[in-house]
Write a protein that binds this ligand. Sequence first.
Ligand code: MLT
Length: 270
Amino acid sequence: MHRQYLHVEGRTTAYFDTAPGRADLPVAALIHGFPLDASMWEAQLRHPPPGWRLIAPDLRGFGGSTDVEASAPSIDDYADDVVDVLRALDIPGAVVAGLSMGGYVTFAILRRAPALVRAIVLADTRAGADSPEAREGRRAMLALLDREGPAGVATQLLPRLLSEHTRQTRPDVESGVRRLTKQQSAQAIRGALVRLMTRPDATSELAGCAVPALVIVGEHDAITPVDEARRLAGGLPDAELAVIPHAGHMANIEQPDAFSSALAAFLARL
Ligand code: MLT
């Protein structure tokens, strides 16, 4: 698995592409969560659903993508990163799949470039904006980041990202997510926290969503629990829900086979 690089408007965007140049294959774009990068999709990228091309960009500042100084950082910046990659590769339409922060980016893509979106997959995410308490938590995390860097963020987040089952039975998953978090720059994590806490509420847009949707959630997701996923699926006109047993918030990493099967079954029905 190695990254490809695109240079658009003075910026480098890195991405994984499971079938470069295969214009004949339908595309699903995978958008990573916070505070990771596109390599969190490794299990899915290694075994793409039959007949599909997967493209997974690193959002600005994360992984191999360069950051850009933004005077008013917005979740829309990340949507533009994904759209830029699809347009640069001449991909006229794609299924857009995002996990957690990637789900917030999916909503932003639906607002900014709806014609590009064939269907959506919303994994371990929510439509609502941050509550005042959640914003307070983001501010505390910004302070933690200043004090202890990405390693401090990893230590605080990990118990909430993974299910108890994963932590007990798959220490490699825990160390992998910790390593991935520590690899990210403090600047990228800072930019993401600001974008997360200022993202708009997408709840009122759900009913108008014109494309099929799959909502996926880990059975033990502590950040966006199953009830939240049910509400999300219930608010969309054409949605199905898949609950992944034994998984927490990072369902695609914790239970890659079950996650990939749910994704493949949905894509096969499109
Ligand atoms: C994520 O996994 O992307 C984060 O949990 C998103 C968030 O903190 O809202």
